[in-house]
Design a protein around this ligand. Structure first.
Ligand code: ADP
Ligand code: MG
Length: 679
């Protein structure tokens, strides 16, 4: 059952429209419209004794002595109201809130809540919240986000009625009671709603919030599980235990796997041998060796008689994977093919025919893989490299080409645990935290403009020894044209005035794919020694001979981006360097660069990044159709999130009842939930 807010007393069409501006349409919505703050009304100060300038809000009460409206300038209105209580007087001031005047009369009793200041020898409150009458002993009173024309009282009155209704109809509470025995449950859910709106104390309020956060996160996690299974129970391709092909593959490997790689493949193996299709994310820093893990998974699917696909975000990367796979599978009876935008029409035609007939075992490529006419005979595993570069739709388009294939995602942008839990509640995660042995740390230095010459001399010295360098240009604005101009200028300057003896190249986002790949190839071969690039440098290119990453304008890059760029070097035997040239910058910038100097592990950096940006800035991660969270804070509520996820999974194992879970989830998340399911 649900009620519209029109069912509440005092809300007609006009107020309904105002509430709609706050996205409040139903009584459930209203219950979840949590206060942004509270007034402590347990104590009303005598005006004459109230402390000024403490920066804390307090409550005063008295009789309105005068109401004065002034218009000192066009477009500026000033409302001054004098209130006194026998011990003293205070002036309440509002700017541009003429509508307030209608609520005020001389002689009325008024309670005001705000910060008290001394101004021009008077006590003054700027833009206080007010309420008619003496609101003594009310304890904590909620302050809600408002919109023009709605007063705190309007919302409070509506919320009180909503709580009364909820007392009679427990089923209008958002979410549902599958999770009510949580470790965070300290009171009945209804009471938690009462306490978050009208708390007895701030401790009670926090208890209530944590409880509601758990319920909210539980529902979100359950929603993610439903998303994964909403097409009914999925039957996966159950693979056999490892056989001869994998054994030979292992024997042919030119190196021993790291602990992280081994564990990741053990996870994958278990997934692929189970009934349920695999949905696994492998995250590991650039260079941690994810490709070989993907190759193992693909070898396993081939061994079981199915085909596999590997999709990479760029043509260069796909070609590089193809080369590496040809090496890894050399001498084994596995047919590998490459399909990108560069594949000629004739090659493509033959390739598609071979693919449909099962004469290709592993197809590697770009977005080209998801074109309509690409059809597999029996696709059993799809691997998406750098998965964050693809949209949900593209990833699932590839999966659609098989019948419930296993899916493996790889990313070099490690995501803190908090976020993987919330974003990928429906994915299992394996993390590769260590690098293959023998890797040297990339020595990282943050330097100022004054050292530019010396840096150039240093780079030139290394290039004289045959090493190669990247120069990344500042991202000037969100305008490619401006960036390009800056990059071109720097390139011309370096080529004609600084590194005149070295072959230089330029690569930028505006270049046609073919042109870009030609430059990258020349760099890979060593024909170009110094490569100037805009920040859109290709992800994942592997040039072991490149030892310097010089980032100009480093203050303009985020931690994740800097770390990604740094990962381009340090892939060979020689010592590599990352030089971050920054202009002045804020404390935050300096902190960021310092972390780059000190921290070399992408997971730790990602956590720092999150700290710097705060939960308000998570929007970039939030384009996955996730609902807006009301009680929970994704950053500080990690333990609650982890518990909620476990509980949701357990509930699902015990019940597996989509119908039972769906309705309450829809009531909580509304349209966003429908979005979750349709993704
Ligand atoms: P990424 O995780 O960035 O995709 P790659 O898979 O491209 O990393 O691996 C980077 C390099 O490390 C490759 O040249 C690969 O052959 C090598 N490599 C991978 N695993 C190991 C290992 N266990 N020991 C030594 N070298 C390895
Ligand atoms: Mg890679």
């Amino acid at each position: 059952m649900n009620f519209s807010i029109r069912d509440l007393k005092g809300i007609g069409p006009r107020k309904e429209a105002l509430f709609a501006r706050l996205h409040l349409a139903t009584v459930s919505d209203l219950l979840q419209y949590f206060p942004r703050d509270y007034e402590d009304r347990s104590h009303i100060w005598p005006i004459g004794q109230a402390p000024c300038g403490t920066g804390k809000s307090l409550v005063l009460c008295g009789t309105v002595a005068s109401v004065q409206e002034m218009r000192p300038r066009r477009g500026l209105s000033l409302l001054k109201v004098r209130v006194s209580d026998g011990t003293g007087a205070v002036e309440l001031v509002w700017f541009n809130q003429a509508f307030k005047k209608r609520q005020l009369r001389v002689g009325m009793t008024l309670t005001a809540f705000g910060k008290l200041e001394w101004a021009y020898g008077r006590r003054q409150m700027n833009g206080p919240d007010t309420e008619e009458g003496r609101a003594e002993g009310e304890g904590f009173v909620p302050l809600y986000g408002l919109t023009d024309g709605l007063r705190q009282q309007d919302i409070r009155k509506a919320v009180r009625q909503a709580l009364d209704l909820a007392r009679e109809h427990l089923d209008i509470l958002p979410g549902w009671d599958g999770c009510r025995q949580s470790p965070f449950a300290t009171m009945p859910t209804l009471e938690a709603y009462e306490q978050i709106h009208f708390p007895d104390s701030m401790e009670k309020r926090e208890q209530a919030r944590r409880q509601l956060a758990f319920e909210e996160l539980f529902d979100m996690q359950l929603g993610l599980l439903l998303r994964r299974r909403h097409e009914g129970k999925r039957q996966g391709l159950k693979c056999s235990p490892n056989g001869k092909l994998l054994k030979t593959f292992y024997e042919h490997l030119p190196f021993t796997l790291t602990k992280g790689q081994t564990q990741a493949f053990l996870d994958i193996q278990a997934d692929m041998e189970s009934e349920v299709p695999m949905q696994r994310l492998v995250q590991g820093d650039v260079g941690s060796g994810k490709t070989v893990v993907a190759a193992l998974a693909l070898a396993k699917i081939v061994e079981n008689g199915y085909q596999g696909a590997l999709m990479a975000p760029t043509g260069i990367l796909a070609a590089q994977h193809y080369d590496e796979f040809c090496r890894l599978f050399q001498g084994l009876d596995v047919r590998i093919a490459l399909l990108t935008g560069r594949t000629t029409a004739k090659e493509r035609k033959q390739l598609l025919a071979d693919l449909a007939d099962g004469r290709i075992d592993i197809l590697i490529g770009t977005h080209a893989l998801i074109q309509d006419d690409v059809a597999f005979r029996c696709l059993g595993l799809v691997v998406t490299d750098e998965q964050h570069r693809f949209g949900v739709r593209q990833r699932s388009a590839l999966e659609q080409k098989g019948k419930e294939p296993h899916a493996l995602f790889m990313t070099a942008t490690p995501i803190p645990r908090t976020l993987t839990l919330s974003l990928y509640g429906d994915l299992d995660v394996s993390s590769i935290r260590e690098m293959p042995p023998g890797r040297k740390r990339v020595k990282t230095y943050a330097v100022g403009e004054a050292l530019r010459r010396r840096v150039y001399v240093f780079m030139d010295k290394l290039m004289a020894q045959g090493q190669q360098c990247y120069v990344v240009c500042p991202l000037v604005e969100a305008s490619e044209t401006v960036d390009l101009q800056a990059a071109t200028e720097l390139y011309e300057q370096l080529r004609t005035q600084v590194f005149t003896k070295r072959p230089c190249g330029l690569v930028h986002g505006r270049m046609a794919g073919k042109e870009k790949e030609a430059v990258m190839e020349a760099f890979q071969k060593g024909d170009i020694q110094l490569l100037v690039a805009t920040s859109v440098i290709e992800v994942g290119v592997n040039v072991p001979n490149a030892t310097v990453m010089f980032i100009d304008g480093a203050e303009r890059f985020g931690l994740a981006q800097l770390h990604q760029l740094r990962g381009r070097v340090g892939r060979g035997d020689q010592q590599a360097y990352c030089i971050l040239m920054a202009k002045g910058g804020s404390d935050e910038t300096r902190q960021r660069l310092k972390w780059m100097e000190q921290i070399h592990d992408g997971f730790t950096l990602a956590e720092k990044d999150l700290l710097l940006r705060g939960s308000g800035q998570l929007f970039g991660y939030m384009q996955h159709g996730l609902p807006d969270l009301k009680a929970a804070d994704i950053l500080s509520d990690v333990p609650i999130l982890a518990a909620a996820r476990d509980a949701a999974r357990q509930w699902w194992l015990d019940h597996e009842d989509t119908a039972q879970a769906e309705a309450p989830l829809k009531r909580r998340f509304g349209q966003t939930f429908a979005g979750l399911l349709n993704n």
